[in-house]
Design a protein around this ligand. Structure first.
Ligand code: TYD
Length: 209
């Protein structure tokens, strides 16, 4: 059986990734493609527990290295127990964040050495990288404003300041520029319908009927 396509969504807080993810799922299902919509950190019962640990504010401080290892623990469960089996059965996987987020948030954001992230990525998912990554790019201040307007409270990451998110954004843009085969950069400042249309247009060619 032909392996499904692995698509990831990346971008800053407030870029609208989850709305685009749901829209892509609906579009692909309309074309007869079976889609697993999932997210990181999380996606499996145990990985979702690690997500809760990672996003919770207060309590014992999580060092950057521990944060990185927890992200990759969650990813190891997710890749092995959910993503690989789904792809092997021919389903497409749309994942809200993946290892690019570890380079952006832990690497650029928290100054965790890139070599550690390289090694963890290699150990945890080796040859498995997304077939396509949609980077929903947005100026940092605009994303932060959207998070505030959402009014759902902030998680441990959303408490960070402008400089942190600027490093995250620049890292994403650098990674996208370095690998134009895999990445497509979308302007997340447009209205939701326009962002979704651009995301649909950026799907790999194999998604045709
Ligand atoms: P996300 O679900 O995208 O949060 P939101 O919907 O509020 O944007 O991601 C949760 C947080 O986890 C987000 O702030 C980014 C962070 N994160 C990392 O720091 N490293 C990672 O490897 C991943 C996957 C996420």
């Amino acid at each position: 059986m032909r392996r499904g396509c692995f698509i990831t969504l990346e971008g800053p807080e407030g870029a609208g990734k989850s709305t685009v993810a749901r829209g892509l799922q609906a579009e692909l299902e309309r074309r007869g493609v079976s889609v697993l919509l999932t997210r990181e950190p999380g996606g499996t019962p145990l990985a979702e527990k690690l997500r809760a640990v990672l996003l919770q504010k207060g309590g014992e401080s999580i060092t950057p290295q521990a944060e990185t290892l927890l992200m990759f623990s969650a990813r190891a469960l997710h890749v092995t127990n959910l993503i690989r089996p789904a792809l092997a059965s021919g389903r497409w996987v749309i994942c809200d964040r993946f290892t690019d987020a570890s380079y952006a948030y832990q690497g650029a954001g928290r100054n965790v050495p890139t070599i550690l992230i390289d090694q963890l990525a290699d150990a945890v998912h080796g040859d498995l990288w997304p077939d396509r990554t949609l980077l929903l790019d947005l100026p940092v201040a605009d994303g932060m404003r959207r998070v505030r307007e959402r009014n759902t409270g902030t998680d441990r990451f959303e408490q960070e300041g402008l400089a942190f998110f600027e490093r995250v954004r620049q890292c994403y843009l650098q990674r996208a520029t370095a690998d134009p085969q895999r990445f497509r950069i979308l302007d997340a400042g447009q209205d939701a319908a326009a962002v979704l249309a651009a995301a649909v247009a950026a799907l790999p060619a194999a998604s045709g009927p």
